[in-house]
Design a protein around this ligand. Structure first.
Ligand SMILES: Cc1cc2nc3c(=O)[nH]c(=O)nc-3n(C[C@H](O)[C@H](O)[C@H](O)COP(=O)(O)OP(=O)(O)OC[C@H]3O[C@@H](n4cnc5c(N)ncnc54)[C@H](O)[C@@H]3O)c2cc1C
Length: 407
């Protein structure tokens, strides 16, 4: 007799963890699980080749010391060519036209850089290579590319998943790692606080006459926010934040006019500036999910917390979070416990919210303070900048976080 429901004839794949999204966070999470003997499947809309050799997206990621340590344990850091690691010796924060700069640098006694900048596509390429390499004791990582989840249902025993095309999976845990506008988060039914900042961010490598001394700049001018991230002696990544209409005009400029305009915006402080790479634009939105877990489901990376890039925390916090969750899962597996029990997921949520909540709120406050051009905000900015106190929020947020070690 013919089966009235042909979908039941499709073989069911049993896997420990199904991960939606093979961005840098999904790739590193699958890698961390595999090293703890936990199998996973990575489901991503993109083709395998575009994940293996991702294009340049203009992002230079400021990595904390803790992130470098985690990436080292995942065998990702050794795959990042040293020429791609730009030392960030210090950072300066300017306000308006004043030449006064707040300095952020490691204590004189510490002979270490403040942080390290690596292009995002270099991290993604290394993360892909590391998860694809086999090794003793490593559990399998399956791939489902150019694929998406069509439907899923979680109960106390497992999550049943159907992919587009009809393939079926049974997993102990479903993890959303599909970015800040996560469709999986929506399908799980987790509300998120989304802050549209009404601004666009442009990132572009520029060469300049004067050297930057491996120092990053954050410049809160009036009507614009500028940053400069050191790449090599005479090359930096320029980050410009503007309202959408102004950004449109900026991107429509012929190259010579664009270069003259950026030189002018930087007040000629680094001499003439010339475009050294393609310009990329990002509409700015910050996202904080109301919950990071549900029954046999969890959110990681930008799907849980999508930070405003100004304090350079998004990937760093995502990496800390996946490491936290993978460690809890790995320990449960070693002790023969359920890898997605309610107490385990609740602990991940509690710890990750503690690690991200205050930074998320402080970053929003800083963005508000520094993009407000009304007089009281300008005065407050000047006051906090000149106070130069160790408790100054940007100093604490940028320097403290960048230099903290894992654990
Ligand atoms: C300009 C800029 C500068 C930044 N600078 C820093 C910095 O200095 N330091 C820092 O720590 N962070 C920084 N960040 C943040 C950092 O880039 C992100 O936190 C990081 O990329 C998040 O990785 P992710 O894997 O969670 O998400 P994503 O990189 O967004 O990856 C999501 C993946 O999911 C896939 N996907 C999406 N939807 C689906 C679906 N429905 N089904 C299947 N697959 C799907 C996508 O194809 C993609 O592969 C910056 C961000 C920007 C925009």
């Amino acid at each position: 007799m013919q089966d009235p429901n042909p979908i039941t004839q499709v073989p069911i794949i049993q896997i420990d963890v199904a991960i939606v999204g093979a961005g840098p966070i999904g790739l590193c999470f699958a890698n961390a699980l595999s090293r703890r003997g936990v199998s996973s499947v990575l489901i991503d809309r993109q083709s395998r080749s575009s994940l293996e050799t991702p294009g340049n997206d203009g992002r230079e990621i400021a990595l904390t010391r803790a992130s470098q340590q985690i990436l080292d344990k995942l065998d990702v850091w050794p795959r990042v060519d040293p020429v791609e690691r730009a030392r960030m010796r210090a950072a300066k924060v300017f306000d308006g036209q004043s030449l006064f700069a707040m300095q952020i640098a490691p204590a004189a006694s510490r002979d270490e850089p403040l942080g390290c900048l690596v292009p995002n596509q270099v991290i993604r390429r290394a993360a892909y290579a590391a998860v694809s390499a086999s090794g003793p004791g490593r559990a399998e990582v399956l791939w489902r590319n150019e694929s998406e989840i069509e439907a899923f249902q979680a109960d106390d025993a497992q999550v049943e998943i159907r992919l587009r095309g009809g393939e079926r999976l049974h997993a102990a845990l479903l993890v959303a790692a599909d970015g800040r506008f996560s469709a999986t988060r929506r399908a799980i039914g987790v509300p998120a606080h989304i802050y549209q900042h009404g601004q666009h961010m442009l990132v572009c490598r520029m060469r300049h006459e004067q050297a930057h001394d491996q120092t990053a700049w954050e410049w809160f001018g009036h009507g614009q926010t500028l940053a400069l991230l050191p790449v090599d002696t005479h090359c930096s990544s320029v980050v410009l934040t503007l309202p959408p209409a102004e950004m449109e005009a900026q991107l429509a400029m012929p190259q010579a006019a664009f270069e003259a305009d950026i030189t002018r915006r930087f007040d000629g402080r680094l001499g003439e500036m010339h475009q050294a790479g393609e310009a990329h634009r990002y509409p700015l939105a910050s996202v904080y999910a109301e919950r990071f877990v549900d029954r046999r489901q969890a959110l990681i990376g930008d799907a849980a917390v999508g930070m405003h890039p100004v304090t350079a925390h998004g990937f760093n916090l995502g990496l800390e979070g996946l490491w936290r969750l993978a460690t809890l899962i790995g320990d449960a597996r070693s002790e023969g416990r359920d890898i997605a029990s309610r107490p385990l997921l609740a602990r991940y949520q509690r710890e990750q919210r503690l690690a991200t909540g205050p930074l998320f709120a402080a970053t929003l406050a800083i963005v508000g303070l520094y993009t407000d051009d009304r007089k009281p905000a300008r005065w407050l900015r000047k006051a906090v900048l000149r106070a130069g106190d160790a408790a100054w929020p940007v100093r604490r947020l940028i320097a403290g976080h960048l230099m903290r070690s894992a654990g």
